[in-house]
Design a protein around this ligand. Structure first.
Ligand code: NAD
Ligand code: MG
Length: 403
């Protein structure tokens, strides 16, 4: 089947739904202490009076969470690790911020009334809280790509059922969102996700086995959390993003391409059947896509450095190297196969990356572990969130065993 025909055959509906634009917007940030969370707070602090903060959540960094909550006048601060509840209460003493802890409290925070929720938790751990925000019909700014990879169909069904609005924060998907014609999606021939190629795009392949966590997280263009930085180094990040794109946009898997673009200025492109190719450009600074979602459908100023194309002078593009980056093939196969495969891919990758960051797993073993998990596990049907959870847990055990 050619690309145009397969794109036209997808019957999945566009996800753009009407949202509210009343100011001040009440916001909640899931994962406020992380890279995405801190960039979001930086924007909020520049827009005093336009936003109020309902809840902030973090997993373990009590000091930073309490400081953010007091500074922003949040109603609630939640720490995921229940053993840190007393420390959080102490840190918030004398303020009006309510404290809570534990996995259930994270879900309750996400379900509190807020117009806009940043889904900024890393990994499949973000699925339950993000779903809680979706079920309340919020505008959900989605940074947590893993939850779409594991449960995209189920999430999208909940978005539609509850009248929620999903706005992609991931820079590539945010770019596509801005130039994708949802009303005439059959006129889209393909989407092209750009990838920086990470720190090892040109490294001698013989040296990759000895890569250290410090080398892997040193991304050439973006300053991000450790897990996504390692994913960028293996290019599993782009693999996860292909699956993310499949769920966010009405497009067939065969119409999603990856193009290496080391400068990270063209954030992604949409090619139409008439030959037009539309792209969104900007400097590599997450405050631009976050600002787009925070003010949507309006716009606010962002402190991101301005794009100066004349100073850059040259933008380059190349095909990804499938030998160097097997993660792209694994993710593409998982997307085509569907069902349990993306859940296994994601869970095994989370375990392997964690092992790599703890120096128990070699850099090249990350994708080997993912591949072996995909081969070893039965690919059972996925009909419910319970199924997603069970497959995720089993894949984690299998990946741990072979790590
Ligand atoms: P990070 O590691 O910097 O921050 C993660 C946040 O999640 C922290 O606040 C942490 O406390 C919280 N967290 C971690 N484990 C948790 C758990 N088990 N339960 C609850 N909370 C937990 O990560 P990040 O770079 O900000 O990335 C967050 C998400 O956004 C990821 O899914 C990533 O792929 C995506 N994303 C990030 C960037 C970026 O520039 N950082 C860009 C695109 C997409
Ligand atoms: Mg991205």
């Amino acid at each position: 089947m050619d690309a145009v025909a397969s794109a036209a055959l997808t019957e999945r509906k566009p996800v753009r739904l009407p949202g509210r634009a009343d100011a001040p917007r009440r916001v909640t940030i899931l994962g406020s202490t992380g890279s995405i969370g801190r960039n979001t707070i930086d924007l909020l602090e520049r827009e005093q009076g336009r936003y109020t903060v309902e809840a902030l959540t973090a997993q373990s960094n009590v000091g930073r969470l309490a400081d953010q909550a007091i500074r922003l006048g949040a109603n609630l601060a939640v720490i995921g690790d229940p053993s840190r509840y007393e420390a959080l209460k102490t840190a918030l003493a004398g303020s009006d911020v309510e404290a809570a802890a534990g996995a259930e409290a994270l879900i309750e925070a996400a379900a509190r009334p807020a117009d806009w929720v940043m889904a900024g938790i890393v990994g499949a751990a973000g699925l339950a809280p993000t779903l809680a925000a979706v079920r309340r019909g919020a505008i959900v700014a989605l940074a947590n790509k893993e939850c779409l990879v594991c449960a995209g169909d189920l999430m999208l069904a909940e978005v539609e059922k509850n009248g929620a609005t999903l706005l992609p924060v991931d820079s590539e998907h945010n770019a596509i969102y801005q130039v994708f014609d949802f009303e005439r999606h059959e006129t889209v021939e393909r989407i092209i996700l750009t990838a920086s190629g990470g720190p090892f795009r040109e490294a001698d392949p013989a040296t990759l086995a000895d890569v250290t966590p410090e080398q892997a997280v040193a991304h050439p263009n973006w300053n991000m959390g450790a897990k996504i930085s390692v994913d960028s180094a293996t290019m599993m990040n782009k693999g996860l993003e292909m699956i993310e794109a499949y769920h966010l946009f009405p497009i067939a898997p065969g119409c999603i391409e990856v193009l290496v673009h080391p400068q990270s200025v063209v954030h992604s492109l949409v090619a139409y059947i008439d030959g037009s190719v539309l792209a969104q450009l900007g400097t590599p600074d997450m405050r631009t896509p976050i600002a787009h979602t925070l003010a949507w459908p309006d716009r606010i100023a962002s402190p991101s450095p301005k794009l100066d194309l004349a100073a850059l002078a040259t933008l380059t593009f190349e095909e990804p190297d499938p030998e160097r980056f097997p993660a792209l093939r694994l993710a593409h196969e998982a997307l085509e196969r569907g069902g349990a495969a993306p859940i296994i891919l994601n869970a095994a990758n989370e375990v392997a990356v964690h092992g790599f960051l703890e120096r128990r797993v070699g850099f090249l073993d990350i994708t080997r572990i993912v591949e072996r998990c995909l081969e070893r596990m039965d690919h059972v049907a996925v009909d419910s969130l319970e199924d997603v959870h069970a497959i995720d847990q089993e894949a984690r055990q299998v990946a741990e065993a072979i790590s």
